[in-house]
Design a protein around this ligand. Structure first.
Ligand SMILES: Cc1ncc(COP(=O)(O)O)c(C=O)c1O
Length: 373
């Protein structure tokens, strides 16, 4: 099928770029001596995960139990669910663990290990459990200097049904770095603070099997990974306008776009409206902290060339773009098609049910997205 025969709005996935991004990250992580456990929250798609894990152990990271169920059903059975687990999810986690070779959970709360261990025991499974560590993002996790950081691993070890898996962190504050130097500092701190904390736990006689870190900006920038066992970048497989602005990739590495049609052509205001609004692109503001004019995405032509236009405002199904160039404005009449490179590919993909796979300029396949919880 030709690209311009697709319904709009539609997700278009450039599979050649996906393969290139997968190969580059796999080679980089191997060179740095760590395992790659990609975070599949970015794409929620089994075919993409297989491209990412080729040549590595095959383990993945998920952000929902729906992803865990979908991937395990396709035979991917070494999974870390990297959102802190709470009691309402214990039974479902037991169900997933029954189908897995290894199912790891994370916690940062001292009230969790005992009842989680009880759920595991009565369900006849064993969970690997990581301590979630806060390395500066302050979203969740325990800061290493707090007493809980040393107490929770002991509680995990003392709970039959649980195995202490190690320590895990995510430097999400890397997305707010204002310069390469600041980003590199965050990447080094993510690595070194975890290495040092593992040493403290080991000095107290605790076995720490895995030190797990990772975000796309930090793994892309970090200079070495000594003391780290595995990394969990996710976004790198598609990249997006935000990552390009952060310096994690070039614009030509971005693999995910939204095909959109012009639905309104306003000569008075020199504005067009696309049928890709907030529910097709997401309302993520991307690089707005250091590029006020970044809008909600870059407008590209069908071949993927940047037209120099931004989606400036969004409502649910409408995306407005101002077009100052006369010739360009004339070419973007009602019914014309463009592609939008959105700010944050993870949030864009999660709004859609499937990808249209683009290879050598044609749509060659359709891959499902496993959404929900
Ligand atoms: C716990 C955890 N690990 C890894 C990642 C992957 O980070 P990125 O999307 O920057 O690659 C995320 C993303 O939010 C995360 O929450």
């Amino acid at each position: 099928m030709e690209l311009n025969e697709l319904k709009t709005p539609s997700l278009v996935l450039d599979v050649e770029r996906v393969r290139r991004n997968a190969d580059r990250m796999a080679a980089r992580v191997s060179r740095l001596g760590a395992d790659l456990r990609p975070h599949v929250k970015t794409h929620k798609c089994v075919e993409v995960a297989r491209l990412q894990t080729a040549g590595h152990r095959g383990g993945i990271t998920v952000s929902t139990l729906a992803e865990a169920r979908a991937f395990v059903a396709q035979g991917i059975n070494d999974i870390t669910y990297a959102v802190p687990v709470e009691p309402g999810k214990f039974d479902e986690a037991v169900e997933v663990a029954r189908e897995c070779e290894r199912f790891a959970l994370i916690t940062d709360d001292a009230s969790v290990p005992a009842p989680l261990g009880e759920a595991a025991r009565s369900g006849g499974v064993t969970f690997d459990v990581f301590l979630k560590v806060d390395c500066g993002y302050h979203r969740c996790g325990v800061e290493p200097h707090l007493p809980e950081a040393r107490a929770i691993p002991r509680l995990i070890c003392d709970s039959p049904g649980l195995r202490f898996a190690g320590i895990l962190t995510h430097a999400g504050h890397s997305y707010h770095a204002r310069s390469r130097e600041e980003l590199l500092d965050i990447a080094r701190h993510e690595r070194d603070s975890m290495r040092d904390f593992a040493a403290v736990l080991r000095a107290e006689g605790l076995e720490v099997p895995v030190v797990s870190i990772g975000s796309t900006p930090t793994v892309t920038q970090v200079d070495h990974l000594e003391g780290v066992d595995e990394v969990r970048p996710g976004n790198y497989i598609f990249f997006d306008a935000f990552q390009a602005a952060l310096g994690s990739c070039a614009f030509d590495d971005c693999a995910l776009t939204v095909l959109a049609a012009v639905t309104h052509h306003d000569r008075t205001r020199r504005k067009i409206v696309l049928d890709a609004g907030a529910i097709a692109l997401s309302k993520d503001r991307g690089a707005v902290e250091f590029d006020e004019a970044c809008g909600y995405g870059r407008v590209l032509d069908l071949e993927g060339r940047d037209l120099g236009l931004r989606v400036e405002s969004l409502s649910q199904e409408h995306g407005a773009v101002r077009v100052h160039d006369e010739k360009l404005f004339d070419s973007l009449r009602v019914g014309a098609r463009v592609r939008v490179l959105a700010n944050h590919s993870c949030l864009t993909a999660a709004q859609h049910s499937h990808y249209h796979v683009l290879e050598s300029g044609r749509i060659v396949d359709r891959w499902e997205i496993h959404r929900g919880w």
